[in-house]
Design a protein around this ligand. Structure first.
Ligand SMILES: C[S@@+](CC[C@H](N)C(=O)[O-])C[C@H]1O[C@@H](n2cnc3c(N)ncnc32)[C@H](O)[C@@H]1O
Length: 196
């Protein structure tokens, strides 16, 4: 059950470096920041990376001057992130669907939304809105195409993502990614959305 931390923790335990881990930050950190800074994201603001895994993106974002929390509900993910990056980032073991998290100014979402059971998508959007301050940004890298039939990850067409997000967010940018890691080229798109 992907909804339970044991499912993910077991993958970290069995595989050490699971298939999604790229041993470094996604190049989409730079691409998403390049889109969001002109739209009003402020350097220095408080930002969370949900489903941070081993923390590569969170550490990269800290290097860009954000006050970053890396959150994951799998204990081995958080231990691996601490081991790799120390206390530059505030690591937190927690469930994104918990009600008491945040508030943050921005969310950097890479391979977390797409890891969710599709039935949980509306609740996930509500969680993002609930954990952000008013006017806060949700930056997301998403798949419109995945390898294999059954996820995770789960693909979501761009226009379906727009409809889902617009329940709580103003969608400011939604378009294909141009700087994907070669392993994911042509399959990713980016969203920048503002909490209503
Ligand atoms: C596919 S992995 C991606 C990890 C990391 N973003 C990366 O790209 O290396 C998805 C991560 O989301 C975490 N996760 C899944 N559901 C979660 C939830 N409800 N709350 C917090 N973390 C969750 C898993 O433990 C796992 O580390």
């Amino acid at each position: 059950m992907t909804t339970h931390p044991d499912y993910w923790n077991q993958l970290y335990k069995d595989e050490g470096r699971p298939g999604w881990d790229m041993d470094g930050a996604t190049p989409l950190v730079r691409e998403l920041l390049g889109l969001a800074l002109p739209l009003g994201l402020r350097p220095g603001c408080e930002l969370v990376v949900p489903g941070c895994g081993y923390g590569h993106d969170a550490a990269e974002l800290e290097g860009h001057g954000f006050a970053v929390t890396g959150l994951d509900f799998a204990p081995l993910a958080i231990q691996g992130a601490m081991h790799r990056y120390g206390n530059r980032v505030a690591w937190s073991q927690g469930d994104w669907f918990a009600t008491h998290l945040g508030p943050w100014d921005a969310i950097f979402d890479h391979t977390c939304f797409v890891a969710m059971d599709p039935a949980r998508r509306p609740a996930y959007v509500d969680a993002c809105a609930g954990h952000l301050r008013s006017g806060g940004f949700w930056l997301a890298a998403l798949f419109h195409q995945v390898k294999g039939e059954s996820g995770p990850p789960h693909a979501i067409p761009m226009e379906e993502m727009r409809r889902l997000a617009e329940a709580r967010f103003e969608v400011l940018h939604l378009a294909a990614a141009t700087e994907s890691h070669p392993r994911r080229a042509g399959r990713e798109y980016l969203m920048v959305a503002r909490n209503r």
